[in-house]
Design a protein around this ligand. Structure first.
Ligand code: HPA
Length: 268
């Protein structure tokens, strides 16, 4: 894997002069942030050696390098999900690449189902912790000590400093920002009512099908992480509604505007 990582980093570095300090992985419908970026290079995933290509509706596949609020960023427009059939190593390969490009912090967004009864559709939640219910771990297998330790610490999976900063900014911008625990599940089927109830019982606030693998790999390499869920549907015991992917995308689109503003302010 180390050889592939080096080849991919060399390819990207040869294609842009931007040396990013923040990496951003955009989830479902949250592409709005792209409009705020002064783009210097856009590379389709299909042109990047060793990169998987995105298959899911609503996820374009481009790596974007540029500036956001005068801050050098590399943005993944579209991510890879385990449910698409990729291995955990493939899902998280881009995180290794972003780190290799020099980023010092990783921002992620995702769409998630709200299981905390205080949540409404379109709310935003900073992820303070997660519960990994994926059937695999991206670090399973031989460990390369050049990348990170065999048994990485997960006592602060999401940077408290960045969470505090986000809540301060949301307060001054005047929008609601929840905190909560993200339950990561493989999908692609949404949860049954009994499963949503179970995830609430074990301490979850929201549930989704991404993020956890990328965060594990980021923490393996010591990268500080900041992640936000957009609550695209409500699945609170006693209030279950039918889910569909289009509703999820629509709800994400609206909340995405606040989220874009938040990310921008965090990068000044
Ligand atoms: N479950 C899992 N993933 C999701 C959901 C959900 O309810 N909503 C958006 N992504």
């Amino acid at each position: 894997m180390l050889n592939n990582i080096h080849e991919t980093i060399d390819f990207i570095s040869a294609n842009t002069r931007i040396r990013p300090t923040t990496g951003i992985i955009l989830g479902t419908g949250l592409g709005g942030l792209i409009d705020e970026i002064e783009i210097s290079k856009k590379i389709p995933y299909k042109d990047i050696p060793h990169f998987p290509t995105s298959t899911v509706e609503g996820h374009s596949g481009n790596l974007i390098l540029g500036k956001l609020n005068n801050h050098r960023v590399v943005v993944m427009q579209g991510r890879f999900h385990y449910y698409e059939g990729y291995s955990m190593q493939e899902v998280t390969f881009p995180v290794r690449i972003l780190k290799g490009l020099g980023i010092q912090q990783l921002f992620l967004s995702n769409a998630a189902g709200g299981i905390n009864p205080d949540f409404s559709i379109g709310d935003l939640m900073t992820i303070t912790d997660h519960i990994n219910l994926f059937p695999d771990n991206p670090l399973r297998g031989p460990n390369d000590d050049n990348l990170g330790p065999r048994f990485p610490d997960m006592s602060e999976p999401y940077s408290q400093k960045l969470i505090d900063q986000a809540h301060e900014i949301a307060g001054s911008l005047g929008f609601k920002l929840h905190k909560g625990v993200y339950v990561g599940n493989q999908g692609p089927s949404f949860e049954t009512p009994a499963e949503y109830t179970f995830y609430r019982l074990i301490g979850g606030s929201a549930v989704g099908m991404s993020t956890v693998p990328e965060v594990i790999v980021a923490r393996h390499m010591g990268l500080p992480v900041f992640a936000v869920s957009v609550i695209t549907n409500i699945a609170v015991p006693g209030n279950f509604q039918k889910n569909n992917h289009l509703d999820v995308q629509e709800a994400a689109e609206q909340a995405g505007k606040n989220l874009a503003q938040l990310c921008k302010e965090m990068l000044t």
